[in-house]
Design a protein around this ligand. Structure first.
Ligand code: 5AD
Length: 346
């Protein structure tokens, strides 16, 4: 095993440069094996074989942002836009609850129609109907005051990937109007307000170097998020990155293990993007140290429209209605689908 990996396993607080060196070991099978084993050992200590589930409700694909990699960016005039009504969102929750989900993730583009007032109203309605469920928001950058309002309305968790912790790389993926500094501030605001906060990034996004990934890990170590979402970049045909290669499944799995060791108690999903590039992606993610899956609970009629990247899966085990099938699949691999809210351990 490479020396840097040994150092990391003894004490995961490294510099960004050292994290980069660690990531360069991703092609050394002995090191990969050792880190995977350690990641699984830690996951088992804190979470056993329990896999947490989240019902993902993609409630709007309108977005004011123009992130260059994303299929629902504002500039994609071919995207068929939709937004769910409050009633439709509540229906998704009702369906999800009956299927066994105890966390609802409201994810959407940055859609101005969902003002603070409308969002708070929806959150309050879910909170009142499902006191035993966690409410997770994933609706992008808002002010401290907005985040506070949502928290008071009953939201528990917030997902906001930082996408890349390298300033220059951030500028290659986003228009000038967006900045890494604002993104980071939002994440710190969310933590301050008592949310369980989730950061994360794409693996293999255009222009990403090992040094960028080193900075991502250093940022995660500093932020200490409760959740980290990572998945391979996958090109979308209506973006400037249409011809770029997809990120590596192997490197994503390696990074899942590294993140588990970096933040042993973190909630770590085996993401849809991983499942899209590899039929076994979800199970392989769990075997690398992940402990969360997020099946799709959006209305069937809209599912294809939440088109972040090409060939995004949303059916079978990836769908909320496929929960029984998913349960069988994870049981076969030695895990068990938990039936509670699935909070991070203390
Ligand atoms: N490939 C992979 N992931 C993507 N996302 C957006 N576009 C893509 C893409 N082309 C991810 C971003 C975002 C999350 C909701 O989806 O990281 O934060």
């Amino acid at each position: 095993m490479k020396a840097i990996a040994e150092k990391f396993m003894n004490d995961p607080a490294l510099t960004a440069e050292e994290y980069a060196e660690l990531i360069r070991c991703a092609d050394d099978s002995e090191t990969v094996q050792a880190l995977t084993k350690e990641a699984v050992r830690l996951r088992n200590i804190y979470y056993g074989n329990q896999v947490y589930t989240r019902g993902l409700i993609e409630f709007t694909n309108y977005c004011r942002n123009d992130c260059y990699y994303c299929g629902i960016r504002r500039g994609n005039l071919h995207a068929r836009r939709y937004r769910l009504s409050k009633e439709e969102i509540l229906q998704c929750c009702e369906d999800g609850y009956a299927l066994g989900f105890r966390t609802f993730v409201l994810q959407g583009g940055e859609d101005g129609w969902f003002t603070d007032k409308r969002m708070a109203d929806i959150i309050r309605a879910i909170r009142a109907t499902y006191p035993d469920c966690a409410i997770t928001l994933s609706i992008g950058e808002r002010s401290y005051e907005s985040y506070r309002l949502f928290r008071e309305a009953g939201a528990d968790r917030y997902l906001l990937r930082h996408e890349t912790a390298d300033e220059e790389h951030y500028g290659k993926l986003h228009p000038q109007s967006m900045s890494l500094a604002v993104r980071k501030m939002c994440l710190y605001d969310l933590k301050l307000l008592g949310y369980q906060a989730g950061a994360g990034f794409m693996v293999g996004s255009p222009g990403q170097t090992v040094e960028c990934l080193g900075k991502d890990l250093a940022f995660l170590k500093e932020l200490q998020p409760h959740m980290v979402g990572i998945g391979p970049f996958i090109p979308h045909h209506e973006t400037r990155f249409a011809k770029e290669p997809a990120g590596s499944v192997e490197l994503t799995l390696f990074l899942l293990s590294v993140i588990r060791i970096l933040l042993p108690k973190v909630l770590l999903p085996a993401t849809t993007a991983l499942g899209t590039l590899d039929q076994e992606g979800r199970i392989r993610g769990l075997a690398a140290g992940a402990n969360v899956v997020m099946p799709n609970l959006s209305p069937l009629k809209n599912r294809k429209q939440y088109d972040l990247y090409d060939n995004k899966i949303s059916m079978d085990e990836e769908a909320a209605e496929g929960r029984a099938k998913l349960a069988e699949q994870v049981e076969r691999a030695g895990y068990h689908l938990a039936d509670d809210r699935g909070d991070a351990v203390q």
